[in-house]
Write a protein that binds this ligand. Structure first.
Ligand code: GCB
Length: 609
């Protein structure tokens, strides 16, 4: 996992955070070999970026910002740079640059020297800029350059392919397109915050907190790792409740603290008076020779997740997930982090009465995960392993990268109470023989690094040919009866869905969750009797699914999630009119009729729990 725990940068007595959000310089490298930026060293300080650079907001996807198709649909290296000032009084500090998300491959330079590289678009990475070989200027300006490449290949996550066209009568020389194996636009850019933060030279690197319940008490087992040697440093740990009371403490790097009569972390639908209760785990590390301390405060919740053969239990009580599958997606900013959008989406989740969402189909921003922790919204945390369908996606290179991504996800989100389930992939071809070794290895690896949460993948295979589901803890299924099969025939939904789910249960004997069901619907389209794409059809379609869910809920069904929370952008194609329109909200978050249907269903469920 590397030495660092990827703790989220936070201000404290010993740490300062400086955000580098704002307008950066930007250009795409659309030269014929797509390599001009490296040949001309666009990262080098005296040259900076040559040619025309344009202002580009960070965080944001770059695709929808300009009026140029070549930028929207660009495939290759895009270059960002900016200056930043380093205060003189950071002299005795360790200074780290953290990139919360850069899609997909990224190389970072500080003052022309390469700082760090990273593969993967949805997880943070960082590098220490006070490293000996980086010529930083304290009390002056420095230059930061980040080149990102959004090309998806058979070994990236998500995978994709580059298809060259060799017919020179019909295509110009070297013509290629990026083919996707997923149903969302491949937005690219510096999608989340870029931050600088300081720590003392001896600092807290990471903390892993795992909780269990013992009657009314919470057992908080933790491991703190630090850059200092045990004999040279002293650690003080305190657990502090919401009212600022110290309810537990220790001086050990590894220990179990009992929090008597603890406030457990509950989903808001299971305990509306005190949902999402978070404690603070405060670490104070002192270097004995100098007396310099590092202070870091990590939020956590006391809760326990268990799975039986037909139930999902949170704190030993059955939990039924009624929620949505989402995307990070909106007008103009694409997948760019936006606090207004985050707040709006959580307000809409509450308005609906949703108690859970899936991070389909990649890890979401940490700021979104924080809201889920705080508000008691349960999260199925999904990796970017979407569309692993071709035989060459099951190779060793793909697997090695997928294992690394799961490590990075765990490293980032391990202490989040909201995360109750890891999903390693969405709709892989698990009827393929090559998928068995791939997924057995992946699922057992995740169980090995995290024994406190169940693990799954999201399937859309037929129960009869499924080869991997037996290795999961919960079966997650996407079903599109009366949409992709028997289109428009809502009268078949109950029969087909009931048959299928019972077969799945009979074969695997594990709880089942429906992680997707939905129908494309254009707001304002109406017809009675309903036809596909109308608001009436979406309502009728969902109503049939709901009847089935209600029948199976008391047997083995542990959750339902509509596809999708909101309309979202996809690649252009003849089946997608302005993107995927299965949202119950429009892309601008306006409710379709179906949102009202779901709201009355979910609100009634809350009142019955
Ligand atoms: C699915 C995929 C999702 C698609 C959806 C659809 O099964 O998991 O990414 O967007 O179907 O609408 O086709």
């Amino acid at each position: 996992l590397g030495p660092f725990g990827m703790m989220y940068p936070k201000d404290s007595e010993s740490r300062t955070v400086k955000l580098l959000d704002g307008m950066w310089n930007f250009r795409v490298d659309d030269s014929s070999n797509r390599n001009r930026g490296f040949e001309e060293k666009w990262y080098s300080v005296p040259l900076r970026q040559t040619g025309e650079v344009i202002p580009m907001p960070v965080p944001s996807s770059y695709n929808d910002i300009t009026q140029e198709k070549r930028i929207r649909d660009f495939v290759g290296w895009a270059w960002y740079d900016r200056e930043f000032f380093l205060p003189q009084d950071w002299t005795s500090k360790r200074v780290v640059l953290r990139v919360d998300s850069a899609h997909y491959n990224a190389i970072v330079w500080v003052n022309s020297v390469e700082l760090v590289r990273h593969e993967g678009g949805h997880l943070p990475f960082e590098g220490e800029i006070t490293r000996w070989d980086i010529p930083i200027v304290l009390g002056g300006n420095n230059r930061l350059t980040i080149a990102i490449n959004n090309t998806l290949s058979p070994t990236t996550l998500p995978p994709g392919t580059i298809q060259y066209q060799h017919d020179i009568n019909r295509y110009p020389e070297g013509y290629f397109v990026q083919n996707l194996q997923m149903d969302f636009f491949n937005y690219a850019g510096l999608h989340r915050h870029i931050q600088l933060y300081t720590t003392p030279k001896t600092y807290v690197q990471d903390v892993i907190i795992a909780t269990t319940l013992q009657g009314l008490n919470g057992l908080v087992k933790y491991t703190v790792s630090t850059s200092g040697q045990p004999g040279n440093v002293q650690l003080a740990v305190e657990i502090i409740d919401r009212d600022g009371r110290v309810v537990g403490h220790s001086n050990q790097f590894q220990d179990t603290i009992t929090v008597g009569d603890g406030h457990f972390w509950w989903p808001y639908t299971m305990n509306s008076s005190s949902p999402g209760y978070l404690y603070t785990f405060e670490m104070n590390l002192t270097l004995l020779s100098s007396g310099v301390s590092d202070v870091y405060r990590q939020q956590f919740g006391i809760r326990e997740v268990k799975v039986t053969d037909k139930q999902l239990l949170i704190n030993d009580r059955p939990f039924y997930c009624h929620g949505v599958a989402k995307h990070e997606d909106s007008d103009i900013r694409g997948k760019g982090l936006d606090f207004a959008l985050i707040a709006k989406d959580f307000n809409l989740l509450k308005w609906l009465g949703a108690n859970c969402f899936r991070t389909s189909h990649y890890p979401y921003a940490e700021e979104i995960m924080d809201m889920a922790d705080q508000q008691g919204i349960v999260v199925i945390n999904e990796s970017p392993g979407v569309g692993i369908r071709k035989a060459n996606n099951f190779g060793n290179l793909s697997l090695a990268h997928h294992l690394k991504v799961m490590d990075e996800m765990y490293r980032r989100d391990k202490n989040r109470p909201a995360v109750i389930l890891w999903s390693v992939a969405n709709e892989p071809d698990t009827t393929h023989d090559n998928s068995i070794y791939y997924f057995k290895t992946l699922l057992s690896h995740v169980r090995f690094i995290d024994s406190t949460r169940p693990v799954t993948f999201v399937a859309n295979s037929d129960f009869s040919s499924e080869k991997v589901a037996q290795y999961t803890d919960i079966i997650c299924l996407n079903h599109y009866n009366a949409w992709y099969q028997d289109c428009s025939h809502t009268e078949l939904i109950q029969r087909q869905l009931t048959y299928d789910l019972r077969q799945w249960y009979a074969k695997f004997r594990k709880p089942i969750m429906i992680t997707e069901y939905g129908a494309d619907t254009i707001e304002g389209f109406h017809q009675d009797p309903s036809i596909v794409f109308t608001e009436e059809f979406q309502v009728e379609f969902m109503t049939e699914y709901h009847k089935t869910f209600d029948n199976l809920r008391h047997e083995f069904l542990v959750g339902e999630m509509v596809w999708n929370f909101a309309d979202f952008m996809t690649a252009q194609g003849i089946t997608r009119a302005f993107g995927n329109r299965k949202g119950i909200f429009t892309r601008q978050r306006r409710p379709k009729t179906s949102a009202h249907l779901l709201r009355s269903r979910y609100q009634a469920m809350i009142n019955n729990t």
